[in-house]
Design a protein around this ligand. Structure first.
Ligand code: HEC
Length: 157
């Protein structure tokens, strides 16, 4: 009886250490989960809405409706899209018929929403049989007005 107390204390020590370690891990996981959900400031400041879901269709449609497709061809060349997308060949899908095909690529995507996403977030969907090589920084490079003029023009191709 008298020698019980001293042996119990050291037995509890590893248990407490284990519990504390568990708590630290649990809090770290929760902390980083919360951190991961905080949108990064650059995204908040960017006027273009970026999401992988077709929820953004209405706003894309509205912007394309007031865009100027006659300026699109020059923008397509300015950003060297034509290096990969040519009328009938290239390492990317051909330009001819792009507007019509765009409506068929992803379920629930309008043609405009699909083209928008293809340009600003090319990794969101990789066209079957093509390599994932499209330049992915257009969101930062192409001003919004140019982007929507470009989309309006691509829809007519
Ligand atoms: C380095 C080559 C390359 C450049 C430059 C490039 N693309 Fe692409 N693009 C691709 C490839 C390859 C695909 C198909 C694979 C994929 O979905 O990423 C593609 C897919 C697309 C699609 C989807 C087409 C479809 O038929 O579904 C669109 C729209 C598009 N690109 C537009 C553009 C525009 C606009 C630019 C210029 C701002 C551009 N691309 C620049 C290679 C390129």
């Amino acid at each position: 009886m008298s020698n019980r107390a001293p042996t119990q204390v050291p037995r509890l020590a590893p248990l407490i250490t284990l519990l504390s370690a568990g708590l630290v891990v649990a809090f770290s996981v929760a902390f980083f989960a919360v951190l991961g959900n905080v949108p990064n400031p650059q995204r908040l400041m960017t006027p273009v809405i970026v999401t992988a879901s077709p929820q953004f269709t209405d706003s894309i449609e509205a912007r394309v409706a007031v865009a100027d497709p006659s300026k699109g061809a020059a923008i397509f060349e300015k950003y060297a899209c034509n290096a990969c997308h040519r009328a009938e060949d290239g390492v990317g899908p051909v330009l001819t018929g792009m507007g019509k095909r765009a409506a068929t690529r992803r379920p629930n995507y309008s043609a405009a929403a699909y083209i928008y996403e293809s340009i600003i977030e090319p990794n969101a969907f990789i066209v079957p049989d093509y390599a994932n090589i499209m330049v992915s920084n257009y969101k930062a490079k192409i001003p919004e007005v140019e982007l929507f003029n470009l989309i309006a023009w691509l829809l007519q191709q």
